[in-house]
Design a protein around this ligand. Sequence first.
Ligand code: KIV
Length: 266
Amino acid sequence: MPDITLTTLQGLKQKGEKITMLTCYDATFAHASCAAGVEVLLIGDSLGMVTQGHDSTLPVTVADMCYHTASVKRGNQGAFIIADLPFMAYATVEQTLHNSGLLMQAGAHMVKIEGAAWLADSIRQLAERGVPVCVHMGLTPQSVNLLGGYKVQGRGEAQARQMRADAIALEQAGAAMILLECVPSELAAEITQAVKVPVIGIGAGSATDGQVLVLHDMLGLSISGRVPKFVKNFMSGQDSLHGALSAYVSEVKAATFPGIEHGFSA
Ligand code: KIV
């Protein structure tokens, strides 16, 4: 696979070809995901739950993220690498710049931050300094205590209007990618049409420019037993890791995953 860059991903959006992203936390899975054709590896702070055993992403530190980003970089075979800024690591613009620098030096090609319009200044300053930013909107798991649980966001016209406006404002501020989590499928489709940057969905329907899942979820490795509606177990019917990862890539590319049953209504 030739090296995937931000330009490659923008080109895929323009051509209408779906982008494949999976979370990844170590070198072995980075290597295996690349061999199956996964284009984007996300070192998500979900590692706090799936590798560290916490019940939320809040305990994850910048040092944890740098450690896993460096591990993924060593196993990477040309995928585009995105790393999450963890809880409270971007509370001020100064913290955002400093901690993004650490993630980029560890091997990330882009940083991801959770939020909405309030991030505009940080995103602008990162972009000015050469750091591409993915903004994670909709269900933002670091705000689980404020949201009162892991709930669908953007339901109802007022919330939907706000999310559309925020996405456009953040693209104008310099965001190079948008990730929508647990957003009604129609709203995700509208936002995908409204912006030029790639929009990646998880629980956001099939109309986004690409899809992401948490690696352990799509391999059927949940330890909590709680499997979100938007997850499909790609290990089912396969007899190897390579088979499961390749099935994910094929189904996302063919737009057969996600199905209607994996999405949410307004
Ligand atoms: O941390 C993570 O794994 C994520 C995905 C849920 C998109 O942000």
